[in-house]
Design a binder for this molecule. Structure first.
Ligand SMILES: [Zn+2]
Length: 409
C-alpha cells in the first residue's frame, strides 16, 4: 500500500502570484498540500529542486491524435479510437508536469466519458475539464467535433443540452481562416447569456478574423481562444470586462513550420493566412499584454503536430512575445485555475489538491525551466520521479498511461 503522507524536503517553493521563491519544505497528506503529515515519515528529497503548482493547459483536444496515426479526418475516427488517444494524450501531459487540462470540444459524449473514467481512477493522466461538443454554425468550423446551431432561437437549447450533460465550459466556434460560416452576433450573445444564466463560463474560438474576435468579446465571452488579431480597442474591452486571452501560439508555429502537413488537413487558405498573419499574432499578444488582459496558457494540443508536451514551448513564446517569466507561469497556474473556476488548483496554498511539479531550475529566472521536470505529483501521488534515490519510505504511483491502476486507498 503506497504511503500517501510525505514531506518534500530541501526544495525552493515558487509562488507564481507573488513571484517569490523561498527555500522550504512541503508536506502532503490525504492528497492535499500542507496538512500535517501522518505518523509515517516518508520523504521526497527535493534538494536543488523548485516546486511549482501543477501546470494547466487551457486549450487541448484530448480525443485527437496529434501525430496523425489514427485517421486522416475527424469523421473517420471512432469513439473507441478517440478514447485511446485521450488516455495516451492525458498521460503525456501528466508526464510533462501538466496535471490539469481543459478539453475544448469533443464529439458526442466522448469528453464526458473520459472525465468520468478519470474521476473513477480508471487511468493515470491529466485531470480533464471538458466542454463536451463544441457549438458551431451549420457547416461551420469544428462541426466535426460538435453540434450545429440553426440560429439565435435554437442555440440556447444546445447550451442547455451541454450543461445538462455536464460541460465545465461552453465552447463556441466563430469562423476559422478557411470557412466563412459563423455564428451571428445575436446568436453568440444568446449562447453566452444562456451559459452565464446557468453559471458556466464560455470559451470562444476566433483566430484570424478581427470581426469574429470583436463579436466574441462584445458578446462577453470569458476566454478568447487564439485571438491572433486583437485591436487596441478590443484589448481594452477585454481588460475592462475580464475576458482572458488563451493565445495558442504553439498551434500557429505548427502551421507555419509544417505547411505541407497542414495543407493536407486544413487547406491552403488556412496555411496562407497563418503565414501572412504570423507577425500580427505577436503584435496582437503584445497589445493584449499592454492593455492588462489576463493571459492564460493553452496549446491546442491534439491538432496536427502539437503534442501534449507542448506547454513549455507555449510559455517560452509568451516570454519571447513580451511577457515576464512570472506572467507566463501565472498563465499556466493561478490565472488558468481562476478561468476554470477552480482556484484551488494552480496554487500550493495549504489545503489545496497536492498537484506539484519539481523543476531542476527556477522558472521565475528562465521559463524554459518548465521543460526541466524532475518530478510530478498529482493529488498527492508521486507520478514521475527521475531520480528514484530521492524517495525514502514512499512508493511511486503507477506511471502515466496505466489503465486500471490498483486501488490505493
Ligand atoms: Zn482548438
Amino acid at each position: 500500500m503506497p504511503t500517501t503522507a510525505f514531506t518534500i524536503t530541501g526544495c525552493t517553493i515558487v509562488n507564481p502570484d507573488s513571484g517569490i521563491a523561498v527555500p522550504g519544505s512541503l508536506s502532503v497528506s490525504g492528497g492535499l498540500v500542507g496538512t500535517p503529515p501522518g505518523s509515517e515519515q516518508a520523504i521526497l528529497d527535493g534538494t536543488g529542486l523548485f516546486a511549482i503548482p501543477g501546470l494547466i493547459d487551457m486549450h487541448v483536444h484530448a480525443t485527437s491524435d496529434p501525430h496523425g496515426r489514427t485517421a486522416s479526418t475527424w469523421s473517420e475516427i471512432s469513439t473507441t479510437t478517440m478514447t485511446l488517444s485521450a488516455v495516451d494524450n492525458l498521460a503525456t501531459a501528466l508526464n510533462n508536469g501538466v496535471t490539469t487540462v481543459r478539453d475544448l470540444g469533443a464529439p458526442r459524449d466522448v469528453g464526458y466519458g473520459i472525465r468520468a473514467a478519470w474521476s473513477r481512477d480508471l487511468f493515470v493522466g491529466a485531470r480533464p475539464f471538458v466542454a463536451g461538443p463544441a457549438i458551431t454554425a451549420v457547416g461551420g468550423h469544428g462541426s466535426w467535433l460538435g453540434v450545429e446551431s440553426e440560429g439565435p432561437a435554437s442555440i440556447g437549447a444546445l447550451v442547455r443540452r451541454n450543461a445538462a450533460s455536464g460541460s465545465d465550459v461552453i465552447k463556441l466556434m466563430m469562423r476559422s481562416a478557411a470557412r466563412r460560416m459563423e455564428l451571428r452576433p445575436e446568436e453568440l450573445r444568446e449562447a453566452v447569456a444562456e451559459a452565464h444564466w446557468l453559471d458556466i463560463p464560455v470559451a470562444v474560438h476566433a483566430n484570424f478574423s478581427e470581426r469574429s474576435i470583436d463579436v466574441a468579446v462584445q458578446a462577453g465571452c470569458d476566454t478568447l481562444e487564439h485571438g491572433f488579431v486583437i485591436s487596441d480597442a478590443t484589448a481594452d474591452a477585454m481588460s475592462k470586462q475580464g475576458t482572458a486571452l488563451c493565445s495558442t501560439s504553439v498551434a500557429l508555429h505548427s502551421i507555419v513550420e509544417q505547411p505541407q502537413r497542414w495543407i493536407r488537413q486544413g487547406g491552403k487558405e488556412l496555411v496562407d493566412r497563418a503565414v501572412q498573419q504570423f507577425p500580427e499574432a505577436r503584435r496582437s499578444f503584445e497589445r493584449a499584454l499592454g492593455a492588462g488582459v489576463t493571459v492564460i496558457a493553452g496549446t491546442d494540443a491534439g491538432v496536427s503536430g502539437v503534442a501534449f508536451d507542448a506547454l513549455p514551448r507555449e510559455l517560452k513564446t509568451m516570454v519571447e512575445w513580451g511577457a515576464t517569466p512570472q506572467q507566463a507561469l501565472v498563465a499556466a497556474t493561478s490565472a488558468a485555475a481562476q478561468a476554470l473556476r477552480h482556484p484551488e488548483l494552480g496554487t500550493l496554498q495549504p489545503g489545496t489538491p497536492a498537484d506539484i511539479v519539481l523543476l531542476r531550475a527556477n522558472p521565475l529566472t528562465d521559463i524554459s525551466a518548465c521543460a526541466a521536470v524532475e518530478a510530478v505529483i498529482q493529488r498527492g501521488r508521486v507520478i514521475r520521479l527521475d531520480s528514484p534515490s530521492r524517495l525514502y519510505g514512499l512508493e511511486m504511483y503507477p506511471a502515466p498511461g496505466t489503465v486500471l491502476p490498483p486501488r490505493t486507498r
